[in-house]
Write a protein that binds this ligand. Structure first.
Ligand code: NIG
Ligand code: FE
Length: 409
């Protein structure tokens, strides 16, 4: 069989994010990239291009091509809103106080439990569209506002449906251990029994989750309770991720690392031993500057330690109604640079290569590299740093999912 390409992109500058290419952004300035069967068939310097027959050639106009953006932490499916809590916080109440008084996550749980799957879907669509417009081609979506079997299943089915009906890869996470539902007040272990048995079984029976998440915190669940959730996840063959060290240090990162978690997320209270545990395990540190900003936190995640120990850092939006009500990965990228001091290159790696790893997708996505999926963005910019500097308006000129132009869908 003669080999051929489906599409050849010429006149493009490639920000490959391939760490083996020892230039900023893994850049190939005078690049070309070929797609076949939805995958990157070849890329490199235009002058080195092999003479392979091609069905279609497209001129990239000298723009920059990057991998599709990946948001590896969102709570995109939920009902209701928590605007009144925002106002309470403006008057001095803290996020923790509101949670302890039955608001916070529990408020969204009440609204979500009374919503049908169709209602959850309809509310999620405009939020997802906002991400797609920005160039997000893969997104993680958690459950965690149902906290009972049927409502958790409705959330996860909604996430799956979004992935079927829109040009985006959805990774869904079962977050049954997000908060203690009211009916289990004073009985957190009883609720965790439920999460690890009936709820996990039901989620897995429909293959609705790609990973299992949990909130290890004083207002969430203890280390021992989270460990039980992790054990149940591994019995079902599912990898884990943990909301860790957000408001205090419970050593959740140690626990996560000892179970080879894909990622630990938030991390404002992470210490050096925790960083070292992550480095040994190869667990990704996912930074969520949107929550840091919105909760007016002052303690920064230990960025310099993460760098020094070579822990891969991802950046995500954490979109949710309580601590990060913003459906924008681009804004989160800007915040990661401005609030956390990441370089533009670290930020871009954080929403491509490292975000892919946080979702266990690094063999398929997150870099421009031969054999990976052709989820590609073409930008009218002169420098990849513009994607971090300038937010809110510069959309990708072209968005490709598996090589197909989905810019107008
Ligand atoms: O990632 N930390 C726990 N979960 C969310 C907040 C959820 C909420 O307040 O509704 C977070 O910040
Ligand atoms: Fe979260």
């Amino acid at each position: 069989m003669t080999s051929h390409w489906d599409i050849l992109w010429t006149n493009v500058r490639l920000a490959t994010l391939n760490p083996d290419i020892k230039r900023p952004y893994g850049a190939i300035e005078k690049g070309a990239l070929a797609v076949r069967d939805g995958r990157i068939a070849w890329l490199g310097n235009a002058d080195d291009r092999p003479d392979t027959p091609c069905r279609e050639t497209r001129d990239g106009g000298g723009g920059w091509m990057t991998p599709g953006l990946i948001d590896c932490h969102t709570h995109l499916v939920f009902a209701g809103n928590r605007c009144h809590e925002f106002e309470q916080r403006q008057q001095g109440a803290s996020y923790q106080q509101i949670a302890e008084q039955g608001g916070g996550i529990r408020a969204t749980v009440s609204a979500t439990r009374t919503s049908s799957e169709e209602q959850l879907f309809q509310q999620a669509v405009p939020r997802l569209r906002a991400y797609l417009d920005e160039g997000v081609t893969s997104i993680e979506i958690k459950s965690g506002y149902g906290l009972e079997t049927d409502a958790e299943l409705r959330m996860l089915r909604t996430a799956r449906r979004l992935g079927r009906e829109f040009p985006v890869t959805v990774h869904s996470s079962f977050l049954g251990a997000h908060a203690l539902p009211e009916e289990y007040s004073g009985r957190p272990d009883g609720y965790i029994d439920r999460v690890c048995s009936e709820m996990m079984d039901a989620v897995c029976a429909e293959a609705l989750a790609d990973s299992v998440d949990m909130f290890c915190e004083q207002i969430g669940f203890s280390l021992a309770q989270c460990e039980r959730v992790i054990q149940s996840a591994s019995r079902h063959g599912l990898p884990v991720r943990v909301h860790a060290e957000q408001l205090s240090n419970l050593r959740a990162s140690h626990l996560a690392a000892s179970h080879q978690a894909l990622s630990v997320d938030h991390l404002e209270h992470l210490d050096e031993p925790g960083v070292m545990a992550l480095a040994r395990a190869g667990t990704v540190a996912t930074l969520l500057p949107g929550a840091f900003y919105f909760l007016r936190e002052t303690r920064l995640p230990p960025i310099e330690l993460l760098r020094r120990h070579g822990v891969p850092m991802a950046v995500a939006s954490d979109f949710n109604p309580g601590s990060s009500p913003q459906a924008s990965l681009r804004l989160s990228m800007q915040m990661a640079a401005t609030l956390f001091g990441l370089s533009a290159e670290e930020v871009l790696a954080g929403v491509t290569r490292n975000a892919a790893r946080a979702l266990g997708m690094e063999k398929q996505r997150g870099q421009l590299r031969q054999g990976l999926r052709a989820d590609l963005l073409l930008w009218e910019i002169n420098d990849p740093a513009e994607l971090v500097w300038h937010y809110g308006s510069n959309r990708p000129r072209t968005i490709l999912q598996e090589g197909q132009d989905v810019s107008t869908r």
